[in-house]
Design a protein around this ligand. Structure first.
Ligand SMILES: NC(=O)c1ccc[n+]([C@@H]2O[C@H](COP(=O)([O-])OP(=O)(O)OC[C@H]3O[C@@H](n4cnc5c(N)ncnc54)[C@H](O)[C@@H]3O)[C@@H](O)[C@H]2O)c1
Length: 390
């Protein structure tokens, strides 16, 4: 017997669409799940656009104030797909009302907010998750599997980049409904919270806690017209951020992110170098995991040296993470499927009482690293992150 689960989405933008698609499809591709999400409510500020979205996606009702959604008895789950400055109040109110809470990344505007949100979901004992969806790219999940299997060995280096190019034009405004990412009061930070939060979550998932960071940030365009006021206002976000990291396992990391890398659209890459092997991934070529295995199993190393080389694994076999739920080997899945895979993990975690990660407490650790990075960029000194040991 399946159980219906009434979901309220807050936000109909980029993530509202990605999540609505996941709720619609998860039961088809993961039929073993006990819960069947229903799109019961959509909450967003513009009623006309919200009605249109609800019609397109088959959402049963529309609200324009999230407080009203939290009060509704017919809602089981609140899924926060609205800008970063709404996450804190919404998540806490939803948890206090006993709703399950899913929240987009970054969890919050600051560590203090993230701590309060984590305390609220834990006090209410409600299922919760943060949508760091890249963990659900099969090739990235495969990287985690190879690390867990000991195939990369003692880690020395972790290298991540997250590059885009969409804010180079100096006449691009900031703020308003479309460009809130450039408004520090709504976004909290620039590339650090928006892009590096993803890189940090992936890095700590693959390579353990980051203990210390030293960072530099830059804001290339110092003033932009604000869409709300029509006036030129200082830009408070970081346009670019680079930082060095020391992991608890003794390895070193470099992280680079910018929205000024001409030609790079969503260039999210990482490489981990261990004593016995390396893994490399590039989100613009997401079906592949590159793997270098130093010791070929079952071979004499002297003989094997002439055979070693990078291997491109097309992560589409049934044996690869998630792929037994999709198509036949060789047929690829894409960006939207990472949200379906994440939702499936979340629902399976609730059913088995083994919470899927990253939950709020896990995402709080990423928030701590983001805050340490911004603090270090300000002081120019190494900063201890305070990330909890695993
Ligand atoms: N996981 C990912 O890869 C990923 C990708 C993009 C965005 N995000 C995150 O998702 C969140 C939303 O980003 P987006 O790109 O979808 O933004 P968007 O601008 O496309 O959409 C934002 C939506 O929020 C609604 N909204 C704004 N304020 C609101 C309020 N007070 N009450 C109700 N609704 C409100 C807007 O009406 C709009 O529908 C952000 O936290 C962002 O960081 C995550």
């Amino acid at each position: 017997m399946t159980k219906p689960l009434n979901v309220a989405l807050v936000g109909y933008g980029f993530m509202g669409k990605a999540h609505a698609n996941a709720y619609r499809k998860v039961g088809h591709f993961f039929p073993e799940l006990e819960h069947r999400p229903q799109l019961t409510c959509l909450c967003a500020r513009d009623p006309d656009k919200a009605e249109k979205f609800a019609e397109t996606w088959g959402v049963e009702s529309v609200e324009s104030d999230w407080r009203r959604v939290v009060e509704r008895d017919d809602i089981d789950v609140i899924d926060i797909c609205s800008p970063n400055n709404t996450h804190h109040d919404l998540a806490i109110a939803a948890a206090e009302a006993g709703k399950w809470v899913l929240c987009e990344k970054p969890l919050a505007m600051s560590t203090a907010e993230a701590e309060a949100m984590t305390a609220a979901v834990e006090k209410a004992a409600v299922p919760n998750m943060v949508w760091f969806n890249y963990r659900r790219v099969p090739a990235i999940a495969l990287a985690r599997q190879l690390v867990d299997e000991g195939r990369t060995g003692r880690p020395f280096h972790y290298r991540a980049t997250y590059l885009q190019d969409w804010t180079i034009a100096p006449d691009l405004p900031q703020g308003g409904q479309t460009l809130w990412r450039l408004d520090v009061d709504v976004a909290g930070s620039g590339v650090t919270g928006d892009l590096l939060a993803h890189s940090i979550d992936t890095a700590m998932w693959l390579n353990g806690p980051i203990e210390q960071v030293v960072a530099a940030t830059e804001t290339f365009v110092k003033e932009r017209v604000h869409q709300a006021t029509g006036n030129a206002q200082p830009v408070g976000i970081d346009d670019a951020c680079m930082f060095l990291a020391r992991f608890a396992n003794g390895s070193m990391g470099t992280f680079e992110s910018t929205r000024y890398a001409r030609g790079r659209k969503n260039y999210n890459t990482f490489e981990l170098n261990g004593a016995d092997g390396s893994v490399h991934f590039d989100l613009e070529d997401p079906q592949y995991l590159d793997f270098f295995e130093h010791k070929l199993p079952g071979t004499d190393q002297k003989v094997a040296d002439h055979l070693t080389g990078w291997r491109r694994i097309h992560a589409t076999n049934f044996e690869h993470p998630y792929m037994d739920h999709w198509w036949v080997p060789g047929c690829t899945i894409g960006y939207e499927h990472t949200f379906i895979n994440a939702l499936a993990d979340f629902l399976a975690g609730v059913a088995s009482s083994t919470p899927a990660q990253p939950d709020f407490r896990c995402a709080l650790q990423t928030q701590k690293v983001c805050d340490a990075v911004l603090k270090s960029a300000h002081t120019g000194e190494w900063v201890t992150t305070g990330v909890e040991a695993e």
